[in-house]
Design a protein around this ligand. Structure first.
Ligand SMILES: [Zn+2]
Length: 208
């Protein structure tokens, strides 16, 4: 759910993705793209692992209008263009975890079943984000102003979510990512449980 925070989004965006996308269409595109990849996007090695030819993922993300483009950008940059199904719930993993809207959890589980049956999905990639209005609504607290507490609450909700997925679908791997408002992400809950040899050491977490 949208929860506008003007100051933080101005500060964090800087010379970020939007500027990059504006420039990408110009004559200097090649030069910009070369540096653009290092400008703000943190590579998530395990996402590349998810992009193997037959591997498909189900992405769970929040409805927040500020990060729709950033979410697609993240997966495109990791070679996952058109290689994932997507389900959107306010709060992402919180939308599944909360008792407030039980129909959402049911909807998610039904879609996961379907994604496995129809597309052989082997991985769930959940993308929560900072300054999320759904977290504010459910917990009655503005975590956008409390980044450390915010990391903790997302870590709890997301790892519980991962446990639930593993319980219902033991063969499905779960990747947890927390997105900042500038579109970069930090892995949550340690390295992916994937047994994939491509699994790399956990990328640096914390604030950037
Ligand atoms: Zn949200």
């Amino acid at each position: 759910m949208p929860e506008q925070s003007a100051e933080s989004s101005v500060v964090r965006r800087g010379f970020g993705r939007r500027r990059f996308l504006e420039l990408a269409g110009t004559a200097s595109a090649a030069a910009v793209i070369t540096t653009g990849l290092n400008m703000g996007l943190m590579k998530v090695p395990s996402l590349f692992a998810a992009g193997g030819h037959d591997t498909e993922a189900l992405v769970l993300s929040c409805m927040d209008f500020r990060l729709v483009n950033e979410t697609a950008f993240l997966f495109n940059e990791h070679g996952l263009t058109n290689k994932y199904d997507q389900i959107i719930l306010a709060g992402a993993t919180l939308g599944v975890a909360t008792d407030k809207y039980p129909a959402w959890a049911e909807t998610f589980w039904n879609h996961l079943d379907l994604a496995i049956k129809l597309h052989g999905v082997k991985r769930v990639i959940a993308v929560d984000h900072r300054d999320c209005g759904a977290y504010k609504l459910v917990y009655g607290k503005d975590f956008g102003k409390l980044p450390e507490e915010e990391t903790q609450i997302h870590t709890k909700v997301m790892t519980d979510f991962r446990d639930q997925v593993k319980k219902k679908q033991p063969n499905v791997e779960v990747e947890l990512l927390l997105m900042w408002l500038d579109g970069h992400v930090q892995p949550i809950g340690g390295a992916s449980t994937a047994a994939s040899p491509a699994a790399a050491p956990a990328a640096p977490s914390g604030r950037h």
